[in-house]
Design a binder for this molecule. Structure first.
Ligand code: NAD
Ligand code: AKB
Length: 362
């Protein structure tokens, strides 16, 4: 005991420099202590990120480097990283299914925290379910074992995919039925349970959020069902038209990457004495359908044309996922609040993609 108080002071110093927000949780009585609170933990100082070259890592790594120091964040992936990720700070090739390699990287870097992003997403996972199982669950089991033996905290992202067709879809409660029908979803709900297990059984400081579909302009999405909500922006800027693989009225929970990155840092910095949950916090920012997203884009790209050619696999997956997450627990336990709604997302995406896709010399 005692680490919680020291951590609490650090948390408030850290959060003072975050871009927005009053945390608004100070008045609530503290929740019952979690068993892993008996284990002291220093604040994050040396962070290793797996799967860092993907859509999330490409933005989370720079944010972590800005916050904790460039040399204190080691980006790793099974494939070489492009641009800033490897040029601006340390990068190492690490396959998370190879426990010895991951262990060596953690020891060499003297990591105290792992952000475990490596994964195979929903649509790609359905094309090769056993690979998704091996990477998503095998890689997570390795990460948790390394964290246990090397005394690291771990951030573990889950997804709206951890829910299934029998889950209440709107709103989807924090604690509810989880019977997903994709291999990706199976690995995500099993991963949530495994994270809980390592926390309860061994006192590993595991924490995480359930990301909605994420939208960003820096790195392309990795082969998921929500990818349409990124592709549409590229095609709106390049061609003024997009052919969508989901039906026009398919509502999903979505979030802009800056909010997702901030949530991923805030949950790791949260005062542990305030947490009733550890892993898999529902977080939410906005909900839209392909049709309502197209209408919002049309306000900035007059004449934008949306057509539909539905992919039955991804449509079936989308229909099995929540339409809206209830994120009350995240709001109450660590002060979560999104900054971007649909209008702000669309405006920012278009400004940045127009710059990114402009012909050289413009
Ligand atoms: P992504 O597919 O863009 O990136 C995943 C990265 O993992 C890739 O760079 C890939 O090369 C790497 N990888 C694959 N196999 C590996 C292995 N064996 N060892 C090491 N690295 C390996 O995915 P993302 O969107 O960045 O997702 C990051 C995390 O967030 C994942 O856990 C994902 O399930 C979760 N998530 C993402 C979204 C989203 O919309 N992007 C939504 C919900 C949850
Ligand atoms: C996917 O569509 O697979 C991901 C996710 C919601 O987890 N974007």
């Amino acid at each position: 005991m005692g680490g919680g108080h020291r951590h609490f002071q650090v948390v408030w110093r850290c959060c003072a420099s975050l871009p927005h927000r009053s945390r608004g949780v100070g008045a609530a009585p503290p929740p019952p202590k979690h068993p892993s609170d008996q284990f002291e933990r220093e604040p994050m100082k040396r962070i290793l990120v797996t799967g860092a070259a993907g859509q999330v890592g490409s933005e989370l790594v720079p944010a972590l480097r800005q916050r904790y120091g460039t040399d204190n964040v080691l980006a790793t992936d099974i494939r070489p990283a492009e641009g800033a990720l490897s040029e601006d700070g340390p990068f190492k090739l690490v396959d998370c299914t190879d426990r010895d390699a991951l262990d060596l990287a953690v020891v060499d870097f003297a990591s105290d925290t792992i952000y475990h992003l490596a994964a195979i997403l929903s649509a790609v996972g359905e094309a090769d379910p056993l690979k998704a199982y091996a990477v998503n669950l095998g890689g997570l089991a390795n990460t948790l074992e390394v964290a246990r033996t090397r005394d690291c905290a771990v951030f573990i992202p889950s997804s709206i995919a951890a829910f299934g067709p029998s889950t209440p879809p709107d709103p989807t409660p924090q604690d509810t039925i989880q019977r997903p029908t994709t291999m990706y979803g199976v690995t995500k709900v099993a991963g949530e349970l495994l994270a809980d297990y390592y926390s309860l059984r061994y006192g590993v400081d595991t924490r995480g959020v359930r990301y909605p579909g994420l939208i960003s302009y820096l790195a392309p999405p990795g082969g998921g069902t929500t990818d349409y909500a990124v592709e549409i922006f590229y095609e709106a800027v390049r061609e003024g038209r997009y052919t969508c693989f989901l039906e026009p009225d398919t509502q999903l929970d979505m979030m802009y990457m800056p909010d997702a990155v901030r949530a991923s840092i805030e949950v790791m910095e949260a005062d542990p004495s305030m947490l009733k949950h550890r892993n898999a916090f529902n977080i939410a920012a906005m909900q839209f359908t392909p049709d309502s997203l197209a209408q919002a884009i049309r306000r900035h790209v007059p004449g934008f044309i949306m057509e539909y050619q539905v992919d039955p696999l991804r449509q079936r997956i989308a229909e099995s996922w929540p339409r809206r997450l209830d994120d009350t627990a995240a709001r109450e336990e660590w002060g979560w609040a999104p900054e971007y709604d649909l209008e702000a997302l669309v405006a920012d995406m278009l400004v940045n993609l127009r710059k990114k896709l402009a012909p050289v010399g413009d």
